[in-house]
Design a protein around this ligand. Structure first.
Ligand SMILES: O=P(O)(O)OC[C@H]1O[C@H](OP(=O)(O)OP(=O)(O)O)[C@H](O)[C@@H]1O
Ligand code: HPA
Ligand SMILES: [Mg+2]
Length: 179
């Protein structure tokens, strides 16, 4: 698994420090509110679990599973809801937790769905952002790291469902997907 990584971009320690920084900001900004924190599965599962532990205001969590990449390094352009939320977002302050924004298609679709369902506010926190790849205009409210235009894996992010368990984020060697 490690042999398939061209370069480690951010270590487990660097990611941990950034997650705590984001958690502190969110705790201050959501003071007095009770946000509904939504994890976008599968990629965001590790970030979500690390992040909520650093947020000090009362909150609720729920999960939504969407997919558009499949076993590819390019978005299919079609965002599919595989699992919907269990609770209503009506009147809620929704905080969407994403691992990465690449083309922006997944999030622009989700934001639209959650706004149309009558949420009070929809805010996005993403750990990684790859602005060079955007096909729709979208700027996250909170972000951890800006990434170069390379396909990355680890800390929840996959290629063909592999590599999610790497504790760091790294660039996948192109030989792996150009085979
Ligand atoms: O900005 P975009 O181009 O839409 O890309 C970002 C989305 O793509 C990945 O999910 P994916 O569809 O691979 O599903 P997964 O989380 O189950 O891996 C990632 O976790 C984001 O949700
Ligand atoms: O660079 C990426 N890696 C893994 N999954 C992704 N989904 C969008 N971009 C990426
Ligand atoms: Mg994926």
């Amino acid at each position: 698994m490690q042999n398939d990584i061209k370069e480690v971009l951010y270590s487990e320690e660097q990611i941990g420090a950034k997650v705590r920084e984001l958690g502190a900001k969110l705790s201050a900004d959501y003071e007095g509110r009770n946000p509904l924190v939504i994890c976008v599965l599968k990629g965001a599962f590790i970030f979500m679990s690390d992040l909520v532990k650093t947020i000090t205001v009362p909150l609720e969590i729920d999960f939504m599973a969407v997919s558009s990449y499949g076993a590819s390094t390019k978005s299919s352009g079609v965002v599919k809801i595989i699992k919907d939320l269990d609770v209503s977002v009506e009147g809620r302050d929704v905080l969407i937790v994403e691992d990465i924004i690449d083309s922006g298609l997944t999030l622009s679709y989700l934001i639209d769905v959650l706004e149309r369902r009558g949420s009070n506010s929809v805010t996005v926190v993403t750990l990684f952002d790859k602005p060079a790849r955007r096909t729709v205009s979208l700027e996250p409210h909170y972000k951890g790291f800006t990434l170069p235009d390379e396909f990355v894996v680890g800390y929840g992010l996959d290629y063909a469902e592999q590599y999610r368990n790497l504790p760091y984020i790294g660039i996948l060697k192109p030989q792996v997907y150009e085979k």
